[in-house]
Write a protein that binds this ligand. Sequence first.
Ligand SMILES: Nc1ncnc2c1ncn2[C@@H]1O[C@@H]2COP(=O)(O)O[C@H]2[C@H]1O
Length: 226
Amino acid sequence: MSLVLFHLANAIAFLAFLFRDQLYLRAITVVSMVLQSVYYFTIVGGPLYNPLFWKAVTFLLNAGMIVLLFRDRIGYGIDPRTRPLYDQLEVLSYGQFRRLLAAGRRIDGPAALIEEGKRPGALYFVLSGEAEVRKNGETLAVGPHIFLGEIAFLTGGTASASVRLAEDAHCLAWDVAALRTLMAKERAIDIALRGLMNRDLAAKTARSALGPSVDRRKAAGDQIAV
Ligand SMILES: Nc1ncnc2c1ncn2[C@@H]1O[C@@H]2COP(=O)(O)O[C@H]2[C@H]1O
């Protein structure tokens, strides 16, 4: 009977390695450690304290990691105001997200954020309320939960519009140089931010109006590139 327990517990530990999901891998390892502990505790001539010690250490380590993984997945402890950014970034752990927040600062509206034609000093994410994007004499209300200044951030160029944070609106701001340093140091933050900026840009492009139609440009005598 004890030999069956020994093989069963080790087979379960072996099975754990088949899972890519850390949560499953660690949960199954915990089960295996419990069964292996029972085996070394009840073995004839036992308990065998040396293997029991290492089973207990492995159990505790994995149980602790399960708690951390769970906290990451449910986003426990995250300020509800920054929660939309955490949810949209998707792949960042709680710790990575906290480091990203620590690199930024909060700005309360009304505030002028970006000036068209100039290189923005910061990248912004609207947490609540709206921002006014002004371009070609037209004003567009945008937000919340979008980036501002991401075009200049990605291209390294100048701002395509002027942006003002509306009254009672709030945003996060990251100094461009500091954020680039953080992204170079933390690959996960780099990937998560770039992914979200691309999604944001795609949504803005899909919503934006088209320019003059081909027929109107032809009528105006414009050259149409083919
Ligand atoms: N049509 C638009 N819709 C939403 N946001 C815009 C639009 N045009 C410009 N912006 C924002 O205004 C910002 C101005 O600086 P950027 O060009 O870096 O990035 C721009 C976008 O974040």
